[in-house]
Design a protein around this ligand. Sequence first.
Ligand code: ADP
Ligand code: MG
Length: 733
Amino acid sequence: MKPSDALEQHFRIDTIHKKALARLRIETISDLLHHLPSRYEDIADIKSVVGLIKGQDAVVFGQIGGLKSRKAWKTKKPIAEGWIEDGSARIKIMWFNQPYMAKMLVNGTYVKLAGKVTGSKGKLYIANPEIEKLDSLPIDTHDSIFSTTENIEETIYPVYKETKGVTSKWFFHTVQKCFNAGILDNIKDPIPLAILKKYNLPELTTALQWIHIPKKAEHAESARKRFAFEEVFYIQIQKARERNAVNVAVCYQFKTDNKHIKEFTDRFPFKLTKAQQNAISSIISDFNGKHAMSRLLEGDVGSGKTAVAATTAYAVATSRPPEGLQALPESSAKISDVDFGNLQVAYMAPTEILAKQLFESFIEYFYHLPIQIGLITGSGCMKFPSKVADTEPTKISRAQLLKWVKNGEIPILIGTHALIYKSVEFKHLAHIIIDEQHRFGTNQRKALAKKDTRMPHLLSMTATPIPRTLALTVYGDLDITLLDEMPAGRKTVITKLVASNKQNEMYNHISAEIASGRQAYVICPRIEEPDETKANSLRLKSVIAEAKRLKEKIFKNKRIGILHGKMKPAEKDATMKKFENHEIDILVATSVIEVGVNVPNATNIIIEGAERFGLAQLHQLRGRVIRSTHQAYCFVCTESKSDKTRDRLKALTTAKNGFELAEYDLNFRGSGELYGAKQSGLTDLGMEAIKNIKLVEAARTEAQRLVKKDTKLKEHKEIADKVTSIGKSLHME
Ligand code: ADP
Ligand code: MG
């Protein structure tokens, strides 16, 4: 038996089985061994029915039967009853005041049952048990676990993720058969032993045994840690290689002095925050480095990323040849081939609206300078300044714009995806800026970078609040700078927690706001459903229902619009336009409303069912109302009465920024529900790893070290294979 063998070579697998395994993407022995248990049950907690005694809290596995409901003798209260049998004996089960239990369950179902043993000797029963339906019993009833557990070392056994047609038990037995067939003798560990030793992680063969048939809980834990490390390690290897490819490419290296930068930033109508200053210094110093910059600028909406971007664009557009040009890496092109003062910047935004807004901001930033700025989008091109009126932008033809970009006359070109088109050629593209980088794929980023024979400097920007560990992993090829400080004097959004039955005051407030000319968003609760089509219709329904309710009961004379994922892009745009033009007062929407839309007059947001959102996502939603000089309000509505939930939501009123909230999410809610987690393509285990900064850092350090020594992974072929297969499933950018 070899790890690469198809399962069918060794096991009889019928069609139903085969389909089920395909759903879990299990084809080979190796796939099977890497289908890890999702949790463990402790046998010590499990009792045989025959040995049950009065007063015990019992967990029993078995089949249920004899289900019926009736009225109690004297009290006439409804009772549901039945029995459970586990091979050793049968015991009665009773539910008081829950007659529906008999209808919800089916005779013959396998269940895990937990409840208190009550009654008197000979007439024992389990009262009001909790029941978990199972596709099958976890382990055969004749297995040791249902006999006495004394003298047995292994008291925990694995529970695997099942799908229809294949049971946890099947995994348990099949994995054991593989072990018995000596599969472990044919397995080679891709991770160098030295690394495992250093972090005290078990070798692969040990880890496989520990995770599938642990003798102790600590063993399973240790094995999980190893597999988690492994997943992050492979990602980091991939990222380190991407970074390496950038580092060996020739770039534009130039120096900009602080005085020169200050001349530009001193004209801003505000003082830069310390965080902005630091970001600018890092970037300017990267421009003077031997490698092209690869930097991610993370900052909340409104933290002033555009000002940073504009300053770096200025540095590039006004660059002069540095002294001591020879400082380039020892390869082909010489920097003196470049006409300085002809270096160019491409600034890519995900939507036309955003690109236009950036163009307008840049006009303000560069108003006083003889620097031309171009705009290219699907629906047309513009240039600033116009030839005739030098304080105005003007529409120009695409051909004309492209000509000027190609000959270097236009140093700054802002645009949408249209920037990537082949026809767009630069003279010296030295710097790429990408706004809302999560909206673009790595390929689009690379396509833009390929527009010059040298590697342009890359500044990616994002407002997506994800925890640092996740950022270090999915953006492992980038240096990260955090704008963790809001400009001074910025009004914060007044955020209020509102119980769902106490919304009157909130609605009165919104009415008054609308009367004084403001607008509002109402966000409907988050609906998650495995079937995306179903989920979309549910969301649509809730949006329509809420809009109707508000129109009929609360905001009778107001203009209410709706926005949801099922609308066509053109319909969405039309609605957004109407909202922007103040033809709509209240926009009822799902949480999928476009990121980055800018309607400064919308200063109120109501978020219904807030407990269903992560804090970071709530913060993102709240970000929609801070673009105004008017005071903004966010109403966080929840039906939950739990203190824990309310405490969690209260963090919204105390945290400094979205990134802090993302960390809260990671600690409070667990990684599975993390904002952006689903999109990242990490497995559940990988997401667990994200909770452990030490593990992430270790994986990163070791991966970088390994790639430095063996860039092509010639000595680590197994790692190369793994990295290729993981690369296909990882997204996030
Ligand atoms: P982001 O892109 O990070 O969401 P912007 O760059 O669009 O934020 O900035 C939001 C607003 O804040 C803009 O109107 C900008 O002029 C202003 N701004 C930027 N930096 C500062 C600052 N240091 N002090 C005051 N206002 C600032
Ligand atoms: Mg921005």
